[in-house]
Each structure stands twice: as C-alpha cells, then as structure tokens.
Design a protein around this ligand. Structure first.
Ligand SMILES: [Zn+2]
Length: 251
C-alpha cells in the first residue's frame, strides 16, 4: 500500500515538475558519472534528480545566483550515489546551502586539551547530521577536473554515512554485507595508506581521506564514481565493498 502510494506520488511529481530535456542533457554533459550510465540508469537518475529538486531547498548565499540549469546539475551530481539506493537515503535533512567559493565556517572547536579554536580553513563542502549540506559552487563546477574529485558526491557520502548516527565511515550496510569485512577492508586500507604517506610514498587518493575514517569513506566514494578504474586498480577490496554498498559498477 505504502509502495503504491509512493509510486503514485513519484509519478505525479515527475509529471508535474519534469526536468526539461535541454537542461537534463546539459547536466549530463557536465556530470561525468551520470554521463557514463546506460540509458535506463540515466532515466532513473533523472527521476531522482526531479525528486531531489522538489524535496530539498537549494539556497545560494553571498550574492550567488543559481539558475535552473545549475540546480539540475547539482541534483544530478547529488543523486549519483543514491541511484540504486533510493531518495529515502536522503531523508532527515532539507537544505543545500551554496557559497560562491570556498567558505570559512564560523564556529569554534574545543580540542582534547580543552582549548577553543576558531576554525579558519576554507572549505569546499560540509555536511551535518540532520542539518544542511554546505557547498562551494566553484568546487561543484570543478568536479572531475582533478581526477577523482567531486565535492557534491563527497558531501552526499557523508550524508549516507550519517544515516546510522555518527559520521565514522560506516554507513548502514545492506543485508548480505559483512560488517566485519567492511571494517577490516576500510581500516586496513586506511592504515596502509597512512603508513605509505608517512614514508613519503605517493598515495592513490586525496590525502584528505586520511584525516579520519569518515573522510576516507567520502574521498573513496568520490573516486569510486569519478575515477573508478584508478580506485579499482589501487584499492580493489575497497572498490568491491563500495560496489556492494552503492549497488553500482561504475568501472
Ligand atoms: Zn568531508
């Protein structure tokens, strides 16, 4: 019954608020992970992007203006990770705040010694538990320009990770996936890369992924969709876990 109601609602939204063909083609042209999909997956991505644009509020700030084409592009990137999971995986939050460029979060942090710091590092994106996703539009437009980078996918990966509580690199796994294997694979790869970096050996992912397990999951998720061949070559076990989690085979 719920499913029927839901399907009816989805059909109604798609019928009433379709993404115009030129805007969709423009978005695909600028979204490599979407462009690589087959026709039926692209059609599903378009439905998800339509729902995303209805359910989320995209809020440009600091004088930034986003037109319909920009919003469709953002939605297309955002829905790549949930293509086989469904829009429900984005439940529990509402807004996407978009800055023109890298932004400096205005907040203070207390370190282990109890010292309060004002953070002052410019950021490309941020995602909070039940709060908004925050993005830098300049970085959104740079998706794929550095191999494996996609700030929208990165922040959405954090949102999926947050679905079962803390951002810790451990999203809710599907039935049939083994939690111990996930933990072993991710912590093993993370530790291995940390040691390599410590010894000055170049590593095949953005070093930001070594900050903590949550960032590692977000960084390898970006790479899974943006540069899958590279991830599969260098971190095949991580790649396989992500294939099972996202239920996609981008390479
Ligand atoms: Zn992050």
């Amino acid at each position: 019954m719920f499913r029927k109601l839901r399907n009816w609602r989805v059909r109604r939204i798609v019928a009433r608020h379709p993404i115009p063909e030129p805007l969709w083609q423009d978005a695909l042209a600028r979204c490599a992970p979407g462009r690589r999909l087959g026709a039926s997956d692209q059609a599903n991505l378009r439905v998800l992007a339509t729902l995303f644009l209805r359910e989320k509020s995209i809020e440009p700030v600091q004088g930034l203006e986003l037109d319909d084409a920009d919003r469709v592009l953002l939605a297309a990137h955002a829905c790549v990770p949930i293509l086989k999971l469904g829009i429900d995986w984005f439940d529990g939050w509402h807004s996407v705040i978009v800055y023109p460029d890298a932004f400096v979060p205005h907040r203070t942090q207390v370190d282990e010694a109890g010292v309060v710091h004002r953070t002052s590092t410019p950021m490309a994106g941020e995602a909070w538990g039940r709060g908004p996703v925050i993005l830098s539009w300049a970085d959104v437009l740079n998706a794929g320009k550095r191999p494996g980078h996609n700030v929208v996918i990165h922040e959405m990966a954090h949102k999926l990770d947050l679905q079962n509580g803390a951002a810790n690199g451990f999203p809710p796994l599907h039935r049939g996936m083994d939690q111990r294997v996930w933990t072993q694979v991710f912590s093993g790869a993370w530790e291995h890369l940390r040691q390599a970096r410590h010894q000055g050996i170049p590593i095949p992912i953005d070093p930001y992924g070594l900050e903590n397990p949550a960032e590692f999951f977000a960084v390898v998720s970006e790479q899974f969709f943006e540069a899958p061949a590279m991830l599969r070559e260098h971190l095949p076990e991580v790649y396989r876990q992500l294939e099972q989690f996202y239920r996609q085979h981008p390479y």
